[in-house]
Write a protein that binds this ligand. Structure first.
Ligand code: ITT
Length: 210
């Protein structure tokens, strides 16, 4: 039987990236909607890792399947690491990606020469309220003044990936999946997953508890 993983996100951009990034695992990838989970999760942690962990634990109590949660965001050096864990809510609830980008560029305008930034992604895999595996990935770049590109989501149009000299929104999805913070975090998780069959996760939890 094909093993199943539920991706604990309501962000369709993230979900699509995970569906491709997790292809090597050979699992069936389901969304929260697919398993009829409607509860919202209040992110109360102080770090990406803590939020991913809390999210994975909470959602894994609502389904029989292993749940993979992601907490991610953009840290801008000149802003002391903001928006950081508040990346999704940076411009208030109901704001769009463009609103968040506009706000970030406004806040950054007094710092024209200081544009270093990094995307961070923390992942947590849990089942039945138990954390099984965790990983983290980052990707460094700089923030540019004018959004460029139509792909991706979130802050991608103003994040210039210096290694290639183009923004994340100018990369195709498969290219972004080679370089992104999420790609690095998933690669690290898959390495840890090596010899750790998803099909047998339940058995491994039982073994750990006994
Ligand atoms: P879920 O909690 O349902 O997963 P979310 O969008 O609220 O969805 P987060 O709390 O992890 O997710 O917030 C992450 C925000 O950081 C996201 O909304 C984007 O604004 C930004 N972000 C994260 N990864 C990104 C990426 O690969 N490209 C662009 N922006 C990204």
């Amino acid at each position: 039987m094909k093993p199943t993983i539920v991706i604990a996100t309501r962000n369709s951009g993230k979900l699509r990236e995970f569906q491709n990034l997790l292809l090597p695992v050979g699992s069936e990838i389901l969304s929260l909607k697919d398993v009829s989970i409607e509860q919202e999760f209040e992110e109360s942690g102080q770090t990406f890792a803590e939020n991913a962990r809390l999210k994975a634990i909470a959602y894994s109590r609502l389904t029989q399947f292993p749940v993979l949660a992601d907490d991610s965001g953009l840290e801008v050096a000149a802003l002391g690491g903001r928006p950081g864990i508040h990346s999704a809510r940076y411009a208030g609830s109901g704001a769009s990606d463009s609103d968040r980008i506009r706000k970030l560029l406004q806040e950054l305008s007094p710092f024209p020469g200081s544009r270093d930034a990094r995307f961070v992604c923390a992942l947590s895999l849990a089942q039945d309220g138990n954390i099984l595996l965790e990983s983290e990935g980052e990707c460094r770049g700089i923030i540019i003044d004018e959004p460029r590109g139509a792909n991706g989501f979130g802050y991608d149009p103003i994040f210039l990936f210096t290694e290639l000299g183009i923004t994340f929104a100018e990369l195709s999805e498969s290219e972004k999946n080679l370089y992104s913070h999420r790609a690095h975090a998933v690669t690290s998780l898959i390495q840890k997953l090596h010899g750790f069959s998803i099909v047998n996760l339940q058995q491994q939890i039982v073994n750990r508890k006994s």
